[in-house]
Design a protein around this ligand. Structure first.
Ligand code: NDP
Ligand code: ZN
Length: 352
């Protein structure tokens, strides 16, 4: 079968691979819709995960079940399914200990696709533990909506969870690409009152307003710490969600966050050995400013719940989809768009 792969750091291309084999608990999926991700760009062009050779890219997919293993109970060939970007092994000692499933076999081990195993950008791909990791696409959900759920929706919403957003609070979302836009939508659902969205591309700021941002801050118009401190009369924010930007945004978030506030990071810091904490802004170590960083949850229930929010019209993730292409071959175009991020792009989708 054909697969679109990272050949080495900085280089991608089409290669031939064996169709994956299906274990007793697993499933093999034929993609219906795929989406390239900023994380694919960090992986390929920044080598953020280290070198990978001939590794199939991609972790955002919905598809149709082609084959299931002998032990799979709830899914069968022909089912249309959402496949989470994060597919943990749910049967580990660490899970019983209460370690988040994303890390059930070691740090970030739930992130398997295009990291420790072949990704989803191929004619067929493999899912471990199908009963625990797949969710049916609800009737009436479009493929564009469905393919935003495996990563963009769940990750943006996880930023909101990590920042512990509360009713009536002031929230800042740093970065309003597709992930940050979902953080905006999620923060509104969790009761944010004033909601600052930090970005520069006009289209993203327009969509941020549609999802409920009350204030737009352009980081290209000067220091965002000053802009937000001025706008809040020196108080800062109760919750800061980091969903984009270079390493300095963590420092900025610490300045912006009130004592007792919470920072939720879902940004992928792709460069450098250390991240910095400003000593005084962190209360010389005693400021009660929490920093939580996390890989998005995956798995079946998470996907079902995100899908339920969409089906009950709490928000529409399809506003993220600015570019649609037809046919597997267009993956290359989609990935190039994610690499160069033109002004009119939020998220490309490839309909297979
Ligand atoms: P985008 O690149 O589309 O968006 C990044 C956003 O950050 C844009 O709004 C951009 O502004 C903004 N930005 C860039 N530089 C700065 C700056 N100096 N200060 C403030 N804002 C800035 O990324 P995605 O939305 O696709 O992804 C966001 C991050 O989430 C990525 O790092 C991705 O790898 C990570 N990720 C993490 C996951 C997880 O499980 N934790 C899962 C999926 C993704 P503009 O372009 O408007 O100028
Ligand atoms: Zn992704």
């Amino acid at each position: 079968m054909r697969a679109f792969a990272m050949l080495k750091i900085g280089q991608t291309g089409w290669i031939q691979k064996e169709r994956p084999a299906c274990g007793p608990l697993d499933a093999i999926i034929k993609p219906l819709a795929l989406a390239p991700c900023t994380s694919d760009i960090h992986t390929v062009y920044e080598g953020a995960l280290g070198d990978r050779q001939n590794l199939t890219l991609g972790h955002e997919a919905v598809g149709v079940v082609d084959e299931v293993g002998s032990e799979v109970k709830d899914f069968k060939a022909g089912d249309r399914v959402i496949v989470p970007a994060i597919t943990p092994n749910w049967r580990t000692h660490a899970i019983e200990e209460g370690v988040p499933p994303q890390h059930s076999e070691g740090m970030l081990s739930g992130w398997k696709y295009s990291n420790i195993k072949d990704g989803v950008f191929a004619e067929y791909f493999h899912v471990n533990d199908a009963d625990m990791n797949l969710a049916l696409i609800p009737d009436g959900m479009t493929l564009e909506q469905a393919v935003m759920i495996p990563d963009m929706v769940t990750t943006g919403f996880h930023g909101v969870e990590l920042a512990k957003v509360e009713f009536g609070s002031t929230v800042v979302v740093i970065g309003i690409g597709p992930v940050g836009l979902m953080s905006v939508a999620g923060a509104v659902l969790r009761g944010a009152a004033r909601l600052f969205a930090v970005g520069s591309r006009p289209l993203c700021t327009e969509v941020a307003r549609k999802y409920g941002a009350t204030d737009i801050v352009n980081y290209k118009n000067g220091d965002i710490v000053k802009q937000i401190m001025d706008a809040t009369h020196g108080h800062g924010a109760d919750h800061v969600i980091i969903a984009g930007g270079p390493a300095e945004v963590l420092e900025q978030a610490i300045y912006i966050c009130k004592p007792g506030g919470v920072i939720g990071n879902v940004n992928y810091f792709g460069e450098g050995e250390f991240l910095r904490i400003p000593r005084e802004a962190w209360g010389v170590g005693m400021g009660h400013k929490q920093i939580n960083g996390g890989l998005t949850p995956g798995g079946r229930v998470r996907m079902e719940r995100m899908a339920s929010l969409v089906m009950n019209r709490r928000f529409d993730p399809a506003l993220l989809v600015t570019h649609k292409f037809h046919g597997l071959d267009r993956l290359e175009t989609g990935l190039e768009l994610m690499h160069h991020k033109p002004a009119d792009l939020i998220k490309p989708v490839i309909l297979v």
